[in-house]
Each structure stands twice: as C-alpha cells, then as structure tokens.
Write a protein that binds this ligand. Structure first.
Ligand code: LLP
Length: 875
C-alpha cells in the first residue's frame, strides 16, 4: 500500500511552521473500527515517521459506540441497561480479537468504571451533565487503549496520553451547566510546556478526541464532532506543521456525496470557505476546528482512510484566486425557527436587543437571522447546541411579552457556498425556480458574500440540494477547484452493474434486438414480476394482496399477477373493463374499485358489476344514498399524514384530495346508516414510494381505531405505496420488518383480514425502457446524449424529479468516463431522463437502458408532439 500519495498533496501547501516536527493526524470512528483500517493507519504513520515527523494521533470512539453510550444513559435512568453495556464491551472485544490484542488491565478498568457509572445513574434515577460527560468519555478512552496496544504490536512504539491532561475547557459566558459539560470550548494558544512534555515521549503519541477537563478536573465533552476540534486545538498548541483528518470520504465535496453521487471533490479551499461548507452541514468536518488552524496558519489536509491513494482536500490560507464561484451546496437539518411578529418594532429603539436578550437568558445561540419592518425570524440549531427540553417553550413565553411568536420545527437550511456569491446571483435565476413549489421560511445572504441560505421544511431539503447541484455545480470540468465526482472515485472503472447482475444484464442480447428493431421499447420480465408477487405472498401477516393495476395494466402482466394469487385494485371503469376482458372468469369480489371524485354513473355501474366499491367522500352518501342501499362498502379514510417520494404522490393530509378526514367519521356513520348500507372494509393509502415499514403500522393503528365505530368491518386495507430502491446504495424496504409489525397487529386483532394494494412494488423492477442514441451535443462543459424517446414515454423524471438508473446497454462493462445529460426528442427543456450520469463514451445507435420503469412508465405515456410512445414487450 502506498503512503506517499497523501504526502504529495502537501507539497507547496503554505504553512506557518515549515520547520515544525509535529504533525497531528485525526481518525474518525469508522476509520478506527476495523483491523484493515488499523493496518492502513500504521502504514500512514510509518510514512510520516520516515519523513522525520513526530506524530500525534487523535482519534474518536469506534463507530456506533457513542450512540450506544447515549442509549446507555437513557436506559440506565429508566430500566435494564445490561444488554447495552454488554454490547459496548462486546464490540471492543471483537475488534481487539481482530487486532490480536486484548486491551489489557486498563481496558478492563475502563469498562468496570462504566458499569459503576451506569449503576449509579440507575440508583439516583438521573444522569447529571457531569456524569453524562464521564459516560461518553469511556468511548474515546477505550478505543485509544486498543489503538495504542495495536500500534505497539505492529512495531510503532507510542505513548498513550489522556487528553484530559492536554486540553482544559474555558469558562463560557452565559452558558448552561449542560453546555459547559457537553459542548465545552478550550484554549488553543501555543503551549511550550506541552511541546516540552510531548518531546520526552515516543515519537508517536496517541490521545482521544472529543474529551477534555474543566478547571476542577472533571471530564467535559467538546460537543458533536468534537474530535476534529480536539485535533485542531492540539495542532495549534504544538504549532504543528499540518493537521491531517482521515475519515471515510476523501475530503469536502460540492454536496453531501452520499446524497448526491455526482458531488465533486473540492481539491483546495481557503479556511473561510471550508468553514462555511462545514457550517452549512458538510458533515465531513466540524466547523469549530477551523478557527484554531486559521489563527495560526496551520494547513489541514483531508483524506480517506480506506483509500489513502485518493486525492484529498487541502484547506489553507487563500489559495490566491479571486473570481466569483459557487463551490458547494449543503443542507443542515435539525433547525427550529422562531418567528417574531410585531407592528410596533418598526423604528422602535431596543426591540431587537430585548428580543435577543431572551435568547441569551435561555442559553440559546442564534444561528441565522432575517428581518423586515414587522418580522424578525431566527433559526436555532437545536441538535448542535444541547438545548434542554422545554427551553423553547420558556423562550416563547418570554418573547410573547414583546411580540407574536411562532415556532416552526423540523426545518433545514440549504446553503449555496462559494466566493462572492452576490456576483453570480443572476446565474442562479433558473435554479431558483425549484423553490416555486416549496415554502421558503427564511432567506439570508452573508455580508461577506460567502453564502446564500434558504430555510425550508426538512422534508424538502434533500430534493432541493439535488436539483440545485445538478443545475449549478454538476457541469464544471475537473481542475484546481473541482476534482472527480464521488461516483467516479467509487466506481469500479466500468458501467454500474450491481453485485447480483439485474435480470436485464442477463437478457442483454434480447433487449438489444428489440431496441434495434423498435427504436425504443418497454420490456417486462415475467420472472421478476412473479418474484415480486411471491415476496408479498410470503408475508404471513397479510391475508390478501390487491395489485394496483394503475402501475402497469399490460394484459399479460395482469394475467401473470392474478395467476400468482393477487387480486386487483382498479380506479376507473376502464381499468375494471380491462380486467374483465383479460380475466373473464375472475371472481367479482377479487376486484376492488377505489375511485375519487368520480361521477354518479361510475358507482352505479361498478355496483352492478358486483365488485367491491370504495367511497372516499361523504358526498355520494349525501347526494345519492339510494345507490348504496343494502350494499357492503369500503371507506377510504385520510389518516392525516401523507408520505412518499414526492409531493404529488402523498395522498393524505389536508393538501391531498383523497379520503374522508377523521373529523367526518361520525357523520359518515350516520349517513351510512341512513342509506341502509354497511361498512365492511376500511382503507387508507398514505402515499407512494415509501421505504419505512412503520408507515403501514401507523395506518393499521389508525384503521383499527376507526373500526370501533363500524361494527361490520371485517377488512382493513392498508393501501399500497411499497417503495423500491431507486438509487445505487439505497436500502430496499425491509420485508421481514414489515411482516413483523403487521404480524403484531394481526395477532392482537385476529378478527380482521389485513389487505395490501401495492402497484410499484410488483412491477417497477421487472420493467426497463430501452432506446437508441440519436445524437450527441456538447455545449461547453455540458454534454447531452439524445435518445429516441423521452417524456412522451417516461414522464417520471420530468414530473417528480424521479431517478432511474441509466446504462449504455451496448457497452455494458466498458469504463464509464463521461458525465452526460440523457435527453429525449420532445420540445421541452424538461424532456430529460437523467442528469449528470456517468456513462462510457457513447455513439449514435447505441442502446441506452433506463431501469426500474415497469411501474408508472407506459401507463403515463402520451402522444405529446405526436410521437408514438415506446411499445410494450414481455419476455
Ligand atoms: N392504492 C391507492 C389508493 C393508490 O392511490 C395507489 C397509487 C396505490 C394503491 C398504489 O401505490 P404504489 O404501491 O404503486 O406506490 N405516478 C406515481 C405514483 C402515483 C401513485 C398513485 N396512487 C409515480 O410514478 O411514482
């Protein structure tokens, strides 16, 4: 393994201390949690030693341990905590085993102390901030004991140092006890004594991040992400030549690479830019680590522990460029907004001072501010500032003496970071259209021109970042500022093909044949569809499955799915007729009709056909009660909370037109009785593309509650909406977990039949759209790859910003080297099937495959531009 690559990047990096022998290396929790990484760490350290440096290693607790310690704190207050203690100890033992060490007596003492602390918490029934800090500190102490012993055994002689003898917290004005213990700050002025002390030790020193002591000698914590800050403090105190921070990504990116795979590595940044990116929620680096480095001119180099050969990010004094440029788009959740409204604040001296004093009194640090004549809105980072529960209510009470107050929870800040952002505002014009649909609560522009921030509801943040990134950053060429994309770094140097090849890779030749004949085509794979039906039939808790045929109504698919044991859910007479045509002998009670705002005649007709009929409004019962006399009905309810992959597919809550709201249930009961009908089934469908099993548990709980009002109810239809993984790395819906939550409901209420009515889940992955490459175009840095069909066949990307994996089927397995936008032939800018995709160099006539298009593909196609949509084939 090479250890030279990372050294290369600091050639020519300006440092205040070119002669300093000290180098600080910080490793995060994932970096220190595996034996493979420890071997890499040892190699990296040896390389530094050979260059004549003395190395101080600062590291975090093993990945996952801090969370377990938090859980331990909660469990110890209320109940049994032994299992968590065992888990913590077990994970350390496992790593010790892999490293071939045992942690020695020190580690045993550390766990014994942890057990005593937990027992103490159980006894007194609470964990004071002081005890909280001691419990959390155990994670770092235990990890560094293992690390030190391993390095020793690998021939890297080192001294283990307790960080609490190195860093001391300083008293903070107006701080609470909680923040003094859990989010402390320390002095970092150069410390000759420390240099002297360290110089007497081994040339490698190992110490903990995140922890320090206070003036009384108690353990304190440096707050979330505190290990980066520890490392920066130590670097400043030692006047180190540089600080290296090693994590599981190689550096700072133009967006969070886990959320936006086309995010670009940022090769070099000035301190203030890195600080802005980190503060805006970069996640890789803690913003508090920058000021100590900036104060003393110590460069920071970021690298990836598991791939030390990857290029990293260098953060140093301004790397001498002055042009306006957008560098990153970040988002940061966990914000609460406080909006203060008063007509009197206009030209009233001292209003702001008084209002802000209330924040000071409650120990709340204000994050973003926007003001107008009658409104001041501020954000508070509740997650980062260790806010006591209840504090916000107290704050609101105080503020109400001055103005009207509104607290808006669950917000996220989406920030554009760069240089002289103001100078490029005009370029942002088209990108700002993405805010058209989302309520923006607050906009701020930093006076230093480094950032422009929009605060939106947290649920919209991810999509906004993706869109803005695609529009504003994705297209830049590699150069001094932008490096490769996360996808490029990660990708095995070939087109993406999953570990288990998807069905379409195995049927490549057939698909190429069809595409060459047809220009473009939807192709469905029988076995995949059958596999999906089986996965649902395997759910022991579900009594019946109704396939929502709106997802794909191809006759053969209907036969296949019904043949495999599923019933059918229809939303129009057209769909029912299609079923009756294709499956003439079907039991009419295997069809469920779920219309919405349909005319009277449709209900009349459906009832004549003998299918189950669902009402989702009081209107039909009020206006046409005679239709429903003697009928057994389903009622679609609106449980109040919608879910799903896009606003357009969330089908509950006041903004959705579906379902009877809960507050109308009583009246509904009366109308049903008056019409002389009976409610035998309750139904709710909260939305589409949901990957959390809890959705169906919540829906079930809601329906069970309602069922008390309707004694004839036998069936609970929990709707569809089961999502599929769309993006690389996205986790599939956990079917076992779904079965478990529904199983609990079923065993508690065995009298009800549980139904599901999925569409997408059964057909999405079994279908692909293939199309031929028509033309190529390069507009400066943006490359377009045209294909023979577009939004007329597949409207999901344009309508929902949906992501479909796209590959060049003709060149499957060839190196993917080009970033392109895949567009269709329709006359609309939105006629784009994918943005910023990494593909092999493609040519006219190549076949492009768009995956996961078996659901809501053909059924939503159109003849727009009088272009025939792709035809359907089943293989
Ligand atoms: N049940 C009802 C009452 C529904 O409204 C729907 C879908 C389903 C079941 C099936 O949902 P699924 O399991 O497929 O998520 N065109 C959008 C999806 C719209 C879904 C409409 N209702 C898309 O392409 O994502």
């Amino acid at each position: 393994m090479s250890d030279g690559a990372q050294l290369r990047v600091d050639e020519g990096v300006e440092t205040s201390y070119p002669e300093s022998p000290w180098l600080v290396m910080k490793f995060g929790g994932t970096s220190v949690a595996s034996a493979d990484n420890w071997q890499r760490i040892a190699t990296l350290i040896r390389g530094r030693l050979r260059s004549g440096l003395r190395v101080v290693v600062v590291h975090s607790a093993l990945a996952g341990i801090s969370n377990l310690l938090e859980q331990l704190l909660d469990a110890a207050v209320t109940g049994d905590y032994q299992a968590i203690l065992d888990d913590i100890e077990g994970r350390h033992k496992e790593l010790a085993n892999d490293l071939g060490v045992d942690g020695g007596a020190e580690l045993a003492r550390c766990f014994a102390e942890l057990a005593q602390l937990a027992a103490g918490i159980r006894l007194v029934g609470e964990a004071s901030p002081r005890v909280h800090a001691r419990v959390m500190a155990a994670g770092e102490l235990a990890a560094t004991l293992l690390g030190s012993e391993y390095l020793q055994s690998a021939g890297v002689a080192n001294s283990w140092v307790d960080a609490r003898t190195v860093l001391q917290s300083k008293p903070a004005r107006d701080s609470t006890e909680r923040s003094r213990f859990l989010a402390a700050t320390c002095d970092f002025a150069p410390d000759a004594e420390l240099v002297e002390r360290f110089a007497e030790l081994h040339p490698v020193i190992l110490t903990q991040g995140f922890i320090a002591r206070n003036a009384r000698g108690d353990s304190v914590l440096l707050g979330r992400g505190g290990s980066d800050t520890s490392a920066a403090y130590v670097a400043a105190k030692l006047k180190a030549r540089r600080l290296e921070i090693w994590t599981d990504v190689p550096g700072l990116f133009s967006a969070n690479p886990r959320a936006v795979p086309s995010a670009r590595l940022l090769r070099s940044l000035a301190y203030h830019e890195a600080q802005e990116i980190a503060s805006a929620g970069g996640g890789v680096l803690h913003p508090r680590c920058i000021p100590p480095l900036r104060s003393y001119g110590i460069p920071l180099i970021l690298g990836c522990t598991s791939h030390p050969q990857w290029p990293g990010t260098v953060v140093s004094q301004a790397p001498g460029e002055d042009t306006a440029q957008l560098k990153a788009i970040s988002s940061r959740g966990g914000l609460t907004l406080v909006s203060m409204e008063s007509m009197q604040m206009w030209q009233q001296v001292g209003f702001l001072a008084e209002a802000f004093d209330c924040f000071r009194v409650h120990g709340l640090s204000v994050d973003l501010v926007s003001t107008s004549e009658s409104n001041v809105t501020v954000s508070i980072d509740v997650g980062a500032s260790a806010v006591d529960p209840g504090t916000l209510d107290l704050l609101a009470d105080d503020l109400r003496r001055l103005c009207r107050v509104r607290i808006i929870d669950d917000c996220a800040a989406v920030t554009l970071v760069g240089r002289k952002i103001r100078a490029i505002l005009h370029e942002l014009g088209p990108a700002l259209e993405v805010f058209e649909e989302q309520p923006v609560h607050l906009v701020t522009q930093a006076a230093n021109g480094l950032n422009l921030t929009f605060v939106v509801d947290a649920e919209h943040a991810h999509r906004l970042v993706q869109k803005l990134h695609g529009l504003l950053v994705g297209q830049f060429n590699e150069g001094r500022v932008f490096g490769p994309t996360w996808e490029q770094l990660q990708a095995p140097k070939a087109s993406p093909v999953a570990a288990v090849p998807p069905w379409w890779a195995e049927h490549k030749d057939t698909l190429l044949d069809i595409a060459q004949r047809e220009q473009s085509a939807y192709v469905y794979h029988r076995d995949s569809v059958l596999g999906a039906v089986q996965a649902l039939r395997d759910l022991k808790s579900v009594d019946r499955v109704f396939y929502a045929m709106k997802a794909n109504s191809h006759p053969e698919i209907l036969q296949l799915i019904h043949g495999a044991g599923a019933n059918l859910e229809c939303v129009s007479p057209g769909e029912i007729r299609r079923v009756l045509e294709v499956l003439p002998d079907i039991d009419r009670r295997a069809i469920l009709f779920t219309p919405n705002f349909a005319p009277r005649a449709e209900y009349e007709w459906a009832l004549e056909q003998g299918v189950w009929v669902t009402l989702d409004n009081l209107y039909p019962l009020r206006a046409w009660p005679e239709l429903f006399a003697q009928q057994e009905l389903f009622i679609r309810t609106d449980p109040g909370q919608g879910r799903g992959h896009h606003e357009h597919v969330r089908t509950a809550g006041v903004h959705s037109k579906f379902g009877v709201p809960l507050f109308e249930m009583e009246e509904l009961g009366e109308l049903v009785t008056r019409a002389n009908a009976r409610v035998v089934g309750l139904h709710a469908h909260t939305g589409s593309g949901i990957l959390t099993p809890g959705n169906w548990r919540d829906t079930g709980a809601c329906l069970l509650g309602l069922a008390q009002q309707f004694p004839d109810v036998r069936y609970l239809d929990l709707g569809g909406g089961l999502g599929i993984p769309e993006k690389p790395g996205q986790k599939a819906l956990d079917m076992a977990a779904l079965d478990a939550v529904l199983g609990e409901m079923k065993s508690a209420h065995p009298d009800y039949e549980l139904w599901l009515e999925p569409g997408r889940f059964l057909v999405a992955q079994g279908g692909v759209l293939v199309a031929q490459v028509t033309q190529l175009k390069g507009k400066g840095e943006v490359q377009y790859l045209g294909v023979s069909t577009g939004m007329n066949s597949l409207i999901r990307p344009a309508l929902y910003g949906a992501y479909h994996e796209i590959v060049n089927l003709s060149r499957l397995g060839e190196p993917a080297t080009e970033i392109v936008n895949i567009v269709g032939p329709n006359c609309e800018t939105g006629d784009r099937l994918g943005s910023d995709r990494l593909l092999p160099v493609s040519e006219e006539g190549d076949v492009i495959l768009i995956a996961n298009t078996g659901a809501y593909g053909y059924v939503m196609s159109s003849h727009y531009n009088l272009r025939e949509p792709a035809r359907e084939f089943v293989i």
